[in-house]
Unconditional design. Structure first.
Length: 379
């Protein structure tokens, strides 16, 4: 209910607002949230209307506001009596988001917005240092978990999500959970085995460990600025059996660097996460258009800082889980304009669309969240 109410928040709010004689006071915003959850049940779930209204009204007591029962009951009964509204996917997004998607990818916009309204599949990356993907697929099947191929050889997409502890060999590091769209770093960066690799924003380590699974003898340095995320990264390295030098460090500085240049750099930059609304519908409420500029500034700073650590002839893969050009092509565009020794390389992925400087995956393809990749090389 929480996911559904957040995913459809803007449509639900639109259906409730005309029923309120005045806006709800700040200190009663919990009642507004309760109405949203009630409206979600009435509009989207198969629960009988009377049961949905009864359960929602009863929750007033749990909120310590039994006096609000009549109000919540009245609003939900009015909603129930009215015509069943039909909302399109765009109405379930904040206006700025839908407008920007339409402006930036007009042909795909409807499918992208529709994709954001769906439940993301659970995708796995098999740890090929421990088990062959086909053997792992068989182990899943024996455990009654059906799966299909993902977008790269070591991926499997489950037909139904399951709790992670029920995945065969999860605790023994046979497998990780990772969106299928996140699986292109090894083939794009393609470091030589034994190469020196920097992952500048590494936690929780999905792409780093994927690279190490393809090439276990990479000389990998992994940074992350957030202490709790560094701890998680270390735990994951232990679970999967991978070796990397993991540092708690700020990649906008080079204080952590010993001066030995890297053959390959992965910069999976912090971003608005606008490509992950299927998994994080709360982002619709927590992020706004004014988050784009500060993120772009931080991304540009990270990119220009880590560029110095790349050796001539080396490659840098820039990626984000954003759908918006401000964090993607525009960052690369500005970087190329200011960096004489940087070039982009063209490539094609099996889903998504090409952009001026890279490639954009979108949730219009049910298998992937939104991801952006751009591949740079140094003269
Ligand atoms: C998109 S996530 C990385 C995901 C990861 N590459 C993966 O595939 O699992 C971005 C990470 O960057 C980290 N980060 C943010 N600012 C940073 C900085 N200045 N230096 C290093 N890491 C930073 C965040 O803590 C976060 O863990």
């Amino acid at each position: 209910m929480l996911f559904g109410a957040l995913r459809n928040y803007y449509s639900l709010a639109q259906s409730l607002e005309p029923l309120l004689s005045r806006p709800i006071r700040d200190r009663d915003q919990d009642l507004w949230c309760l109405l949203i959850v009630g409206a979600y049940q009435l509009h989207y779930l198969r629960i009988p209307d009377h049961a949905a209204v009864h359960a929602t009204v009863s929750a007033c007591a749990a909120l310590g506001k039994p006096w609000a029962r009549g109000f919540v009951n009245g609003v939900l009964r009015s909603l129930q009596r009215g015509p069943k509204p039909s909302f399109d996917a765009a109405q379930a997004h904040p206006d700025w988001f839908a407008d920007l998607i339409r402006a930036e990818m007009p042909r795909q916009a409807d499918a992208v917005l529709q994709g954001n309204q769906t439940r993301a599949p659970m995708s796995l990356r098999v740890n090929t240092t421990r088990i062959d993907p086909a053997d792992y697929g068989r182990a899943l099947s024996e455990a009654g978990i059906e799966s299909q191929a993902g977008l790269v050889a070591e991926q499997l997409i489950l037909n139904q999500p399951v709790a992670r502890h029920t995945l065969p060999g999860y605790a023994d590091g046979l497998v990780s959970i990772q969106d299928a769209g996140a699986g292109f770093a090894p083939q794009l960066l393609a470091p030589q085995c034994g190469a020196r690799l920097l992952d500048a924003c590494a936690a929780p380590g999905g792409k780093l460990f994927h690279l190490l699974e393809r090439c276990p003898d990479l000389d990998a340095v992994a940074l992350d600025v957030a202490p709790a995320r560094v701890a998680h990264l270390r735990d994951e390295a232990g679970r999967l059996g991978h070796r990397a030098s993991i540092l708690e460090a700020d990649a906008t500085t080079r204080e952590w660097w010993d001066g030995t240049p890297f053959h390959a750099v992965l910069l999976d930059a912090p971003c608005t996460g606008s490509g992950t609304l299927r998994r994080h519908p709360e982002m619709k409420l927590l992020r706004g258009a004014d988050d784009l500029a500060p993120n772009a500034e931080r991304q540009a700073k990270l990119l220009s800082s880590v560029w110095h650590t790349l050796r001539p002839g080396g490659k840098l893969l820039y990626c984000t889980c954003s759908l918006f050009s401000a964090e993607n092509d525009a960052v690369i565009e500005e970087f190329l304009a200011n960096t004489a020794d940087a070039r982009t390389s063209a490539f094609v992925l099996p889903a998504g669309l090409s952009t001026r400087h890279g490639w954009q995956l979108t949730p219009a393809d049910w298998r992937t969240d939104g991801f952006y990749y751009a591949l740079l090389s140094k003269d």
